[in-house]
Design a protein around this ligand. Structure first.
Ligand code: MN
Length: 290
């Protein structure tokens, strides 16, 4: 039995099929695609994404039972998870996990799927995941969970809530995946964060490779009094874009382009290492050498 922490150490692993193997599998219609989301298995964006991937390979959908937006990379460690197969006509065959987006992908990769997928796609999220949103997003986290296991992954979000022009967003998602597969996937696993303007022509809009912008601090909490007389707090909305200059995701989507940001997971502040060494390091030999 491999613990989840050990399992997560395959994050550096390359795909066992190799890039050429994935291309061959794609050409043979035998590519394996895992689909997840954070809005829950009943969300229209999930059905749209699953339909968009039809014909590109063998599709598995494993998604959270409840809307789990804003849960980031949370894994459920204090209770067991259950999985059931959805019966609704739009969700036929979807596997539903009583946990978070990361739980869904984690359980899929470490116990549910008979074989490792070649690609993880998530979304299509209701609402933007740009700038600092990416730290809280369950849509990005579900894709990141695949990436941490060494699997290429793409997170898709519509910029505005309300699902307007979801069909066009789904066509864009399919076109992007298809283009990547026809080109042959990059050698190393990657994590792409895609934000799609809610427009009928989303699939033919310009596309820009962007960096994350930044948001202002969130709006204040909303304080109310519950029916039992307790003071309760609702987390306020995200702040507006603060760093939205040219080259950012905010800039591109505000000008009717699809934003594609390649993400990495290393949070180390590499530029600050020397300064912190000067402040806090204490010299002395380390046990075991080096
Ligand atoms: Mn969401």
């Amino acid at each position: 039995m491999v613990s989840s922490l050990e399992a997560r150490d395959d994050r550096q692993a390359r795909h066992p099929r190799g890039v050429a193997g994935v291309t061959a599998a794609y050409n043979a219609g035998a590519m394996r695609i895992l689909i997840a989301n954070d809005d829950g298995y009943l969300a229209p964006g999930l059905t749209a994404l699953a339909q968009a991937m039809q014909g590109l390979g063998e599709i598995d959908v494993v998604a959270p039972e409840q809307n789990a937006s804003g849960t980031s990379n949370a894994l459920t460690l204090n209770r067991p998870l259950s999985v059931f197969v959805a019966q609704g006509s739009a969700q036929q065959g979807f596997r539903v996990v009583s946990g978070t987006p990361s739980d869904s992908v984690h359980v899929a990769l470490t116990g549910l799927l008979p074989q490792r997928p070649d690609l993880v796609v998530t979304g299509i999220n209701q609402g933007a995941n740009m700038g600092d949103d990416t730290l809280y997003s369950g849509t990005v986290a579900a894709a990141m969970e695949g990436y941490l296991f060494g699997i290429p992954a793409i997170a898709f979000s519509q910029v505005d809530k309300g699902w307007q022009h979801l069909d066009a967003a789904a066509r864009l998602a399919r076109a992007l995946v298809q283009q990547l597969l026809q080109q042959g996937l990059p050698e190393a696993p990657f994590l792409l964060n895609v934000n799609i303007p809610n427009r009928a022509d989303a699939d033919t809009l310009p596309r820009r490779i962007t960096r994350l912008g930044r948001r202002h601090a969130s709006e204040p909490v909303i304080r109310q009094v519950s029916p039992r007389g307790e003071t309760i707090y609702w987390i306020g909305p995200a702040g507006d874009a603060r760093e939205a200059g040219e080259g950012t995701d905010f800039h591109a989507t505000a000008r009717a382009a699809v934003s594609i940001t390649p993400l990495q997971v290393d949070l180390t502040d590499h530029a600050a290492l020397p300064a912190w060494r000067g402040r806090l390091e204490r010299p002395g030999p380390l046990e075991g050498g080096a």
